[in-house]
Design a protein around this ligand. Sequence first.
Ligand SMILES: Cc1ncc(C[n+]2csc(CCOP(=O)(O)OP(=O)(O)O)c2C)c(N)n1
Length: 548
Amino acid sequence: MAERRASDLFVECLEAEGVRHVFGIPGEETLDLNESLADSSVQFIPVRHEQGGAYMADMYGRLTQRAGVCLGTLGPGATNLTTVVADALLDHAPLVALTGQGDLERMHKESHQYIDIVSLMAPITKWNARLNSPRMIPEAVRKAFKVAQAQRPGPTHLELPEDVMAATVDAEPLPARRGRRRPEPSAQDLLRAAALIRAAINPIVLAGNGVARVGAAHALREFARATGIGVAETFMGKGLLDYTDPRSLGTVGLQERDYALAGFEDADVVICVGYDLVEHSPSNWNPGRDKTIICVDTVAPDVDESYMTEVDLIGDIYHVLSRLAEECRDVPHPPGSNRLNDIVMGRFEAAKDDDSFPMQPPRALWEIRQALGREDILVSDVGLHKLWIARMFPAHEPNTVLIANGLAGMGFAVPCGIAAKLVHPQRKVVTVNGDGGFLMNCQELETAMRLRTAVVNVIWENGQYGSIVWKQDKKFGRHFGVDFTNPDFVKLADAFGMPAWRCQASGDFGRHLRHALTLDLPSLIVLPIDYSIDVAISHELGTETVSA
Ligand SMILES: Cc1ncc(C[n+]2csc(CCOP(=O)(O)OP(=O)(O)O)c2C)c(N)n1
């Protein structure tokens, strides 16, 4: 053991956790930490707003299941992180947020930039602590990562007072233990669930983000194949089954008739797998509270009057699904209703011949699907475009359509696209943004240019906060406070040194997109969009039941 600066030990602890990047903005109170990072194997990625850096860490964590790390200084740097810490909490992304702080001895009084960040972070983290002494560092860092990465994953926060980080210490990092705990449900519960499934007349699976999180899509596909039971996916579960799989019933959670069309109305047994209630309330698919619900998840589900489960199979989702498939394969079921898929995919396919301009969403999505391969990634921002992507963009693989559906904050897509490209440099990455949300984190275009993360950012431009217009028009017959003018986005991109194009006719979009995807630097495409068909599709699929 050797006496050294506490910030050096702290960075050694990050290295022991396998941290490769810290995304953030330094401050005067994080000087020692940044100095220690400079000489480490961890790459510090300066960003242009703490929220942007936090989204990068959040998406990094979501895709790797190893906590992403973000850094802000005390006061404003820390408060700028909070939106994304909340996002990681509701969308279950492993994230470790680090914030600077003044010296321990000035925290009891009015003092420059001092805010009690530990209290601020308490309701939006799984665990959160101030480093009161350098001796705490090895345990606190290990705990921050262990808690963030444990099921269900989420954010933790460590506050690093300036004097603590500058002090000397004689301690060593604790070894990071990465082995996943694989608890098993009891044989009795498993057999009871299997008996319910075998005896069901119309069973259906509702699969969500939890399956993607633990990498259990293969077991889900095998369960569906062995039992014949159809699988409906939540927004964040898109691609758990390949959309071409005959047992794929489509993405549910937008229109009130989604669930009926996908077969929930007729279902007697609903098998919820990795389903996070935060995505969409169970009251939407169990309004009569008469379904027999089997829950397969990594942690016991919350209590909801519409989600009174019959059996909870808590443990390793992959293992539980494999065991259930074995027990149920001798009683095959029909695959369920294709009505939702037929309507949505019918409109999607028909869109390729739709030359109207400004473009309607189905044609825009059709062009993106043609330009991307099975494993390539589409990141959605938040707004009407997200609802279109969730409903209609067909996915082949899990974690290839990345949507924020818990907190659902605008400004998600641009920084998350950068992180997706860092994690998967071989895959193509496209972001789709509204013209409202795009400007919320467009400063990260500079980060993207600096890192040369070749993401194609598409803006669907309509000069309005589209989803709010839609809701106001439906509720009040008029809209208010939702119109704006835009900068010239092509010139804006140009100022960042980024190639950009504005589509002038329907044929332009596919052409620009295919070209942009061949480049080795980020780019931007502005696509004028016409959302008027939202009302028309509502007639077919029913009123929407969620917010963007
Ligand atoms: C940070 C944040 N602020 C406000 C909202 C509420 N909200 C949801 S969608 C939306 C409008 C989005 O407009 P735009 O980005 O232009 O996308 P569009 O709906 O037009 O596709 C708003 C204001 C939100 N989800 N996140």
